[in-house]
Write a protein that binds this ligand. Structure first.
Ligand code: GLA
Length: 451
């Protein structure tokens, strides 16, 4: 396994020349609660490091997941409608190809020892294989959900003791993605036990001839980012469930994170992410508008949702839409289908952006994130977490340590560009992220600017 790292100076604590038109802000920094399971005894680590890999998910998975909007109220009509909508409204063309059933597809609630794992015949009368065939026929992939316990988070039958059998069943149905959720069944388990259960399903999936992307979902506990890639996981949640909030003061109801919480947590974990193994900042909340049947939160503004999406692309999180794609408004659809921002997410180099500058005088509310792209350009986000419009700037020399005398800069939301030989400065609204891409320009090229 290898990691792609930025040739950046890292997390700078100086203002780096950022300027702003106010120095006060009423927004408080989010608090991250340490997950309780880390306080449990961890037990011995696994004796060997298996270094498993299925060779999948070389860029962050993109698609849709049923949980955030619908909870366990899902059925095959909804999933077929979702597929048909995504095929026609630009989402599929933009790269969203996974359609993932989360918890609630199963027939029985209760322990696996008392119930088989089957699809609910009322919700899915045609069966999951027919649904996977339908997805594949429309150019999509179908995902499914289970967990290593007797039951799942929503109380449905889990996979404990039947891992090989279930992996074979999923493969025979043509399932392409498995979210294997240990958040509830193993919340307080020692790390060594979580490692065992993640590995068990990983091996069971690898034994199948049908390739299945593997999401080991453990809500950001047991330092999962440190070892899950070696065990063959393609993605793992870095935190507890997201809420439908941009910035809720504190750790909501002592459990739920918000957009800024996730970004803060992820900033320390960038080195664990790369092609085939991604830090998962949780499913997208764009378009939920406070109407989720599952997530707490009253929704976010259009700008906040756009910033959330932009930052998930910058940090190379999987991009799984969590809202009802059949009723997305134009603004949300435009947010989710910005191909220039998606290019930042799907860059084959697989870097995750990290902070290269923080505006200390604004209480740390002004952050510059950057990552190097495969073509040698840089993707940069100027993030204003505060409550006042601010002027922010980016300089390749100062912030990226790139000795570029001239550079071409493109605003990926305005779709405009210019060439510059001085730091680029722009106004950033409260909770906005300007997403920019910068390329070196060779000497003597003519200059042009945009407003
Ligand atoms: C946990 C996960 C959620 C969702 C539910 C399903 O809470 O964190 O993303 O999968 O379980 O019950």
């Amino acid at each position: 396994m290898y990691f792609q790292r930025l040739p950046l100076v890292g997390f700078l604590t100086t203002a780096l020349g950022l300027s702003w038109n106010t120095s006060s802000s009423s927004a408080s920094s989010p608090t991250i609660t340490s997950p309780t399971p880390n306080e449990c005894p961890t037990g011995p680590a696994l004796p060997t490091n298996p270094h498993l890999s299925n060779g999948l998910a070389l860029t962050p998975p993109m698609g849709w997941s049923s949980w955030n909007q619908f909870g366990d109220q899902i059925d095959e009509i909804l999933i077929r409608d979702t597929i048909q909508t995504m095929a026609s409204n630009g989402l599929k063309d933009a790269g969203y190809v996974f359609v993932n059933l989360d918890d609630g597809w199963q027939r029985y609630k209760g322990n696996r020892s008392a119930n088989p794992l089957e699809a609910d015949p009322v919700k899915f009368p045609s069966g999951i294989k027919a649904l996977a065939d339908f997805a594949h026929a429309h150019g999509f992939k179908l995902g499914i959900y289970s967990g290593p316990g007797q039951s799942t988070c929503a109380g449905y039958t889990g996979s404990e003791g039947h891992e090989d059998e279930d992996a074979a069943m999923f493969a025979s149905w043509g399932i392409d993605h498995l979210k294997y959720d240990s958040c509830c069944s193993h919340e307080h388990a020692p790390k060594s036990e979580v490692q065992k259960i993640v590995l068990k399903m990983s091996k069971a999936l690898l034994a199948q001839s049908h390739p299945i992307v593997y999401h080991a979902c453990h809500c950001g506990w047991a330092d999962i980012w440190e070892w899950a890639a070696d065990e063959g996981a393609n993605q793992w949640r870095i935190g507890q469930d997201i809420s439908d909030e941009f910035n809720y003061p504190g750790n909501r109801e002592k459990y739920y994170f918000d957009v800024l919480d996730m970004l803060d947590r992820g900033n320390e974990l960038v080195k664990y992410s790369g092609p085939g193994h991604w830090n998962d900042y949780d499913m997208l909340i764009v378009g939920l508008n406070g109407n989720s049947s599952q997530l707490v939160g009253t929704g976010a503004s259009n700008i906040e949702y756009r910033t959330h999406f932009s930052m998930w692309a910058m940090v190379a999180s999987p991009l799984l839409i969590g809202s009802d794609v059949r009723t997305l408004d134009t603004y949300s659809l435009q947010t989710l289908t910005n191909k220039e921002v998606i290019e930042v997410s799907q860059d084959p180099l697989g870097n995750a952006a990290e902070t290269v500058g923080v505006g200390e005088e604004a209480g740390g509310d002004l952050q510059v994130y950057a990552k190097e792209m495969l073509d040698g350009s840089y993707a940069v986000a100027l993030l204003n977490r505060g409550s006042f419009t601010a002027e922010m700037s980016i300089s390749p020399r100062r912030d990226l340590t790139m000795p570029w005398d001239q550079y071409r800069l493109r605003d990926l939301w305005k779709h405009k560009e210019g060439t510059y030989d001085v730091p680029y400065t722009t106004e950033v609204m409260p909770h906005e992220a300007k997403v920019l891409r910068l390329w070196q320009v060779q000497a003597n090229a003519s200059m042009c600017f945009f407003q």
